[in-house]
Write a protein that binds this ligand. Structure first.
Ligand SMILES: Nc1nc2c(c(=O)[nH]1)N[C@H]1C(S)=C(S)[C@@H](COP(=O)(O)OP(=O)(O)OC[C@H]3O[C@@H](n4cnc5c(=O)[nH]c(N)nc54)[C@H](O)[C@@H]3O)O[C@H]1N2
Ligand SMILES: Nc1nc2c(c(=O)[nH]1)N[C@H]1C(S)=C(S)[C@@H](COP(=O)(O)OP(=O)(O)OC[C@H]3O[C@@H](n4cnc5c(=O)[nH]c(N)nc54)[C@H](O)[C@@H]3O)O[C@H]1N2
Ligand code: SF4
Ligand SMILES: [Mo]
Length: 740
């Protein structure tokens, strides 16, 4: 039986529009708290230490936690306001079942869990085990990420589990593994201020990894030179010694061009290359043709900028490379990152104080979430699901026959294609909002409508949950306890601050309750997340991401422990590759030659402009959380289209006009923000909004062949001035006092 299509106006009537401003009972931040709990921010990969104030089992405010070494009390606007989610009127407090034609109605947990387990069984009996898929998330703690991987392989026995980190860290991960052998930032952030040359590629540091700004400032105060690559002059770019306004998709031009100049001028560490690397000859061969002039054509910037970048980076005494999604969200995302890392390996400036490399992790547990086995090709400890030894180790920890562990499944975008094609009939999703975050929204909607059963575990009725048959009311970060692993690879402890409200349930318990209904009670009989962590330690033992030597007590006492930490007495490993020992079996770094190639969809005469997408400081990801916090909404209420005055002038567009940004797949209508800080051939729209304001109406459903990350950072569009939109949701939001 096909599920009925969802009526958006019906959802708006039932749950209100997406913009909710003031909780019914208000916040009482001026009250005296009963308790103050040291924990961490639930949002980005910086995972700042924060203290939450509690009164009567309610979070009423925050205080900085100055002793936590990473952020030393610093917080960004999101961290400061995050506590406002807790008492939000939209908070889901009961499991909700879709009633034909009548929206959602509360049901008992027994009914909800029986229905979910029953549908998993029915679908698997009719269509085979792999016809039921699971989707996890990198905002989940390590414990929950581990549990999801085990739940998929042991209780549901499907190969098809993947997670939203597939949209985020996988290009960086693959590149780092290929060249250096390990998927983790190589250095603790305390190394950044000691570097004399810093290259930041494709990262809007000030808005998206705000605390990292402070480390870059310190470096500059110590005399470092900062190079920034971005098609937009972001706040950090405004303060750079050299800002290279690279064309989206053109970074390989800059990296290879820099290497060309460095070879010519003798700024290559040939001794290091000979002793500690392989594959240099092929790189040198490829680089030959990347003269500054040739490279400049690819990058869309003057050749002199590339030469200048080489002059800063090449001879520097110490250096640090950081990159983020700007170079990773491409159909050549892995190649972009490899070309960048080649620059580090060619100088041998890695594995020492002030010499290093980092990928700026995005989601709260972006690092840990990709180690514990919720990826389609992975088992805990960052193990390979196709490696017989790795499988045998995990089978032993789980107490199951090795043959019973499914093999590699489909990655997230492919999983949606399989739903579309009818291969996958059922889906249970936790901690993902693909209706906003996957490319080409219309395609995602069609896929969700085809599912025979769709269950969602969330604490808010996300845009994706609107399409579910059943929504299970899960837990906010502060309502449960566990660990995450921050941007540096430091495993930290999140405390339980308050109990979940009413009839909501902690996520891990929901998963264990479901496993019990699938006849696996004894393998999921944990009494607490701590027990899950104890098992995770053993599962990770001997793996690349080894947590065996950690305990919750140690993590707390030491303000976090860096993996690998293979033994209880081991100090942890803040800096990887010390003594030039790389992660490959031969101990060497493996250079990877990289040739530039065009994006899947370059601009043409019909769609002449590049659209690139990303973030703003006050909104987080799909916005399911931050669009509900009035104080954050006020900072950036609606998506804007950044457009250069030259381009705007050609089309008669002025600041504040409505513009239609249209690709071959769909369009978004937003106000124009005419700024000189963007390339005149490019427009930028942040992606945190749903429906008619979703940047992902336009983006292209093309993925990197190695990492399977979508090409969010480049597609072809045309832009035109239009009258203000008149739809029903727009009207409702205007009535609510929202700004369009
Ligand atoms: N405020 C806020 N902070 C966040 C998040 C959030 O949603 N909001 N999300 C978190 C997550 S999950 C992530 S992944 C990170 C993302 O952090 P970032 O990667 O820093 O953020 P983005 O805005 O996605 O993209 C960064 C920059 O890439 C540029 N760019 C686009 N195309 C190219 C290109 O081809 N080359 C280069 N060099 N640059 C390009 C864009 O102009 C943009 O300024 O942020 C994390 N922190
Ligand atoms: N166009 C464009 N699209 C993009 C990007 C881009 O730059 N441009 N960036 C991509 C990137 S880098 C990312 S990371 C993705 C993110 O995309 P998503 O993962 O889809 O976004 P989130 O907002 O994190 O969605 C998480 C959902 O889970 C819920 N949630 C959060 N924490 C928990 C929890 O602990 N338990 C439970 N049960 N639920 C939880 C939230 O309420 C929300 O509904 O978006 C990608 N999409
Ligand atoms: S969103 Fe990120 S930078 Fe901001 S307070 Fe939270 S963890 Fe820190
Ligand atoms: Mo991300």
């Amino acid at each position: 039986m096909a599920r009925p299509p969802v009526s958006i106006p019906e959802i708006v009537r039932q749950f209100g529009p997406t913009l909710n401003r003031i909780p019914a009972n208000g916040w009482k931040a001026d009250q005296e708290p009963d308790r103050i709990v040291k924990t961490h921010c639930c949002f980005c990969g910086q995972q700042c230490g924060i203290q939450l104030k509690v009164k009567d089992n309610k979070v009423i405010g925050f205080e900085p936690w100055e002793d936590f070494p990473f952020n030393q009390g610093r917080l960004c606007p999101k961290g400061v306001k995050r506590y406002m989610q807790d008492e939000h009127p939209d908070r889901l407090k009961n499991p909700l079942l879709r009633k034909e034609g009548a929206g959602f109605a509360p049901v008992s947990w027994d009914a909800a869990l029986d229905k979910t387990a029953g549908e998993i069984r029915r679908i698997q009996q009719s269509y085979g085990n792999d016809a039921f898929a699971l989707l996890g998330g990198a905002s989940l703690t390590n414990e929950k990420a581990y549990l999801m991987g085990k739940f998929a392989r042991v209780a549901v026995r499907t190969a098809n589990i993947d997670y939203n980190g597939r949209l985020c860290m996988v290009s960086a991960a693959a590149a780092s593994k290929k060249i250096l052998g390990i998927d983790r930032s190589a250095n603790p952030w305390s190394d950044i201020p000691k570097a004399k040359a810093i290259l930041v590629a494709g990262s809007n540091v000030a808005e998206c990894s705000p605390i990292t700004t402070h480390y870059l400032w310190q470096a500059r105060e110590n005399g470092a030179k900062l190079i920034v690559l971005d098609p937009r002059m972001t706040p950090i770019a405004r303060n750079a010694d050299l800002f290279i306004p690279v064309r989206s998709g053109g970074d390989i031009g800059v990296f290879n061009g820099m290497l060309h100049v460095m070879i010519e001028r003798g700024w290559i560490n040939r001794e290091f290359i000979a002793r500690h690397t392989t594959g240099w000859e092929q790189v040198e061969e490829v680089i030959r043709k990347y003269t500054p002039e040739y490279a400049a054509k690819i990058a869309g910037v003057p050749a002199s900028m590339i030469v200048r970048a080489a002059e800063i980076w090449g001879p520097a005494e110490t250096s640090f490379l950081l990159h983020a999604r700007g170079i990773e969200h491409h159909s050549k995302g892995v190649e972009n990152c490899m070309a960048a890392i080649n620059l580090v390996a060619a100088t041998g400036r890695i594995g020492r104080e002030g010499c290093g490399y980092a990928m700026i992790t995005g989601q709260g547990n972006g690092q840990g979430g990709r180690e514990q086995g919720q990826k389609c090709d992975q088992l805990p400890g960052a193990r390979d699901i196709e490696n017989p030894e790795h499988r045998a180790h995990i089978a032993k920890v789980w107490g199951v026959p090795e043959e019973s562990i499914p093999h590699k499944g489909l990655s997230m975008v492919k999983l949606f294609e399989a739903i579309h094609d009818g291969q996958i009939k059922g889906l249970l999703s936790i901690c993902s909002n693909p209706m906003v975050s996957l490319p080409n929204n219309a395609y995602v909607r069609e896929a969700l409508e085809k599912l025979e059963f769709f269950g969602v575990i969330d604490f808010f009725m996300s845009e994706t949950a609107h399409y579910a048959d059943l929504v299970l009311a899960g837990s906010l970060m502060e309502e449960d306890e566990g660990t995450t692993t921050n941007v540096e690879g430091r495993c930290i402890r999140h405390r339980k601050v308050v109990e979940p409200p009413a009839n909501a349930r902690v996520d891990w318990k929901i998963i264990c309750d479901l496993a019990a209904r699938l006849d696996h009670a004894e393998k999921f009989s944990y009494n607490s997340p701590r027990e899950i962590f104890e098992e995770l330690r053993r599962a990770s033992q001997g793996g690349v991401a080894d947590y065996y030597g950690m305990t919750w007590e140690r993590i707390e006492q030491e303000n976090g422990v860096f993996w690998p930490c293979p033994e209880p007495g081991h100090p942890g490993t803040p800096r990887l590759y010390e003594g030039n020992k790389f992660g490959h079996p031969d101990g060497k770094a493996h250079f990877q030659p990289v040739e530039w190639r065009p994006a899947a969809e370059e601009p043409d005469s019909e769609y002449p402009i590049v659209l690139t997408t990303g973030r703003v400081v006050s909104q987080y990801l799909s916005g399911a959380q931050t669009r509900r916090i009035g104080a954050l909404v006020d900072q950036y209420p609606q998506p804007l289209c950044e457009i250069h005055p030259l381009l705007a002038g050609k089309m008669g567009i002025a600041e504040g006009d409505f513009v239609k940004v249209e690709s071959r797949r769909g369009s978004v209508t937003v106000r124009a923000n005419v700024v000189k800080t963007i390339r005149p051939d490019t427009v930028f729209v942040p992606y945190h909004w749903p429906l008619d304001r979703a940047a992902n109406n336009c983006t292209v459903r093309v993925i990197d062949p190695v990492s399977n990350i979508p090409e969010y950072k480049i597609c072809a569009v045309r832009v035109s001035k239009v009258p203000p939109p008149q739809d029903e949701i727009a009207q409702l939001e205007v009535q609510q006092g929202g700004v369009r």
